[in-house]
Design a protein around this ligand. Structure first.
Ligand code: GAP
Length: 430
């Protein structure tokens, strides 16, 4: 089990400006959370790392950013209008609703009995345009994958990719979850980072295995502890309607072992369904063999909120330093919301502040995620930076004015070294 309690994580996130309850001043809105100043930096770093690894550093990947609102016919064709549902039960006494597979026979709130199980479609319906009516009804997308499949032909026609190739997208998805819970684990407005990787039908197993490896490479890069991640082969009957094989990557959350990511073999289900419903040919012509066929798809799907939660749980550490207990986030440098903090030893000495400002300005240009802090004593500033996962702190003191050296302090070890400003820039740039 992951060590820190959810209470500690939730409290740190609120106190330090990572994550707040959505619409809090109005009493909140269930299943929504807002990212604060540090949370948005962390989240953007997580997305940038993913985009860099899976799109920019590869030659076989193409990024898209499709509209959230799509023609409703796309969701009919994909099977979501009919099949994207969870079993719902309502308590006859208190009228509270639960997911049928998450409760026993009696209502956990009041002990009342449940009515019959019914299927509840999780898509948010909305109206497009000023007129009411069937033609204007659509849905907020429940997965970013939909925007990828409908652009398959556009990407093929404009980029001329050779199989195998992938289309990637990061963006919001919406699910009217019956029971949102566990902080940002199950929310109604979420972000997904998804890839549809198109392959020759006979090669799907090879690519499925390769993508399994890529998931682990990302876990390492982002800073999610491998020991807390487990694979689950999703059995027949429990997979999504489009999948012929799915592996869930589960994480040991404090509230149990639960799905972090999914890796699915979606066959040619989606392209065939969209081709049939739209009347547009979504096959692929292999230039070498002159064969025309509908590619099959491997889909690694990464939830952004779950990534953030798993990496906070992986990073949260308590130890003893200088005879005191301290809390720090052992975040990888790539995702840390603040890369380095700069302090003048004393804030009431103008010459120190001036010099520290000079160093800060240089670092801020080089690394925009640089923070200035002159509040309280140095020990307190270190603790504050530790708690938000800042890998390095730089202190400018009276010696700096003499010899242009500064103190660089390492978050994990607490060790301090003295080095010239030139060397500091080199070290932080590496
Ligand atoms: N395109 C495939 C797909 O959407 P999924 O298993 O339904 O598959 C993929 O979702 C990932 O999206 C999950 O592994 C999880 O990380 C994230 N996710 C799904 N529903 C979520 C929710 N309600 N709150 C937070 N993350 C969610």
């Amino acid at each position: 089990m992951a060590e820190p309690s959810m209470e500690k994580i939730v409290s740190l996130c609120k106190r330090r400006g990572f994550i707040y309850p959505g619409s809090e001043i109005y009493g909140g809105l269930s299943g929504t959370w807002d990212f604060g100043p540090l949370g948005v930096e962390l989240k953007n770093n997580v997305k940038a790392l993913w985009w860099r690894m899976f799109v920019q550093e590869r030659e076989d990947m193409h990024g898209v950013d499709a509209a959230i609102l799509m023609n409703a016919k796309a969701w009919e064709a994909s099977g979501h209008v009919e099949g994207f549902q969870d079993p719902l039960v309502e308590c006859k006494k208190c009228k509270r609703r639960f997911r049928a597979d998450q409760v026993e026979k009696e209502c956990p709130e009041c002990g009342g009995s449940f009515g019959a199980v019914r299927q509840f479609n999780m898509m948010f319906k909305t109206e497009v345009g000023a007129t009411d009516g069937v033609a204007a009804t659509t849905y907020l997308r429940p997965e970013t994958a939909g925007g990828i499949f409908v652009n398959f032909k556009n990407v093929v026609d404009s980029q001329h990719p050779k199989l195998p190739f992938g289309i990637a997208q990061i963006g919001k998805a919406f699910r009217n979850e019956i029971a949102p819970r566990d902080f940002i684990f199950r929310v109604r407005e979420l972000e997904q980072m998804e890839i549809e990787y198109f392959v020759k039908p006979a090669d799907w197993q090879t690519h499925f295995e390769a993508w399994k490896g890529e998931v682990y490479r990302y876990l390492d890069a982002v800073g999610i502890s491998r020991e807390l991640v487990h694979e689950l082969e999703v059995p027949d009957g429990e997979r999504a309607h489009y999948s012929e094989r799915t592996i869930d990557f589960e994480f040991d959350f404090p509230f149990g072992r639960k799905e972090l990511y999914g890796l699915a073999y979606r066959t040619d289900f989606d392209l065939k369904a969209h081709a049939a419903a739209s009347g547009v040919d979504l096959s692929y012509l292999d230039e070498e063999t002159k064969e025309r066929f509908v590619p099959h798809v491997i889909e690694p799907s990464f939830g952004l909120e779950r990534t953030v939660l798993a990496l906070l749980l992986s990073a949260y550490t308590e130890d003893e330093m200088g005879g005191e207990t301290r809390t720090y986030l052992k975040l990888n440098r790539a995702v840390a919301p603040v890369k380095v903090a700069v302090f003048p030893l004393l804030k009431n000495k103008p010459e120190l502040v001036k010099k520290a400002r000079e160093v800060y300005t240089i670092l801020k240009k080089m690394m925009p995620q640089t923070m200035w802090d002159d509040n309280g004593n140095i020990g307190k500033r270190y603790r504050r930076q530790d708690e938000i996962g800042t890998p390095y702190c730089v202190t400018i003191d009276f010696d700096t004015l003499q010899d242009d050296t500064v103190t660089l302090r390492d978050r994990d070890t607490g060790k301090q070294e003295r080095l010239p400003i030139g060397k500091l820039l080199e070290k932080l740039a590496s």
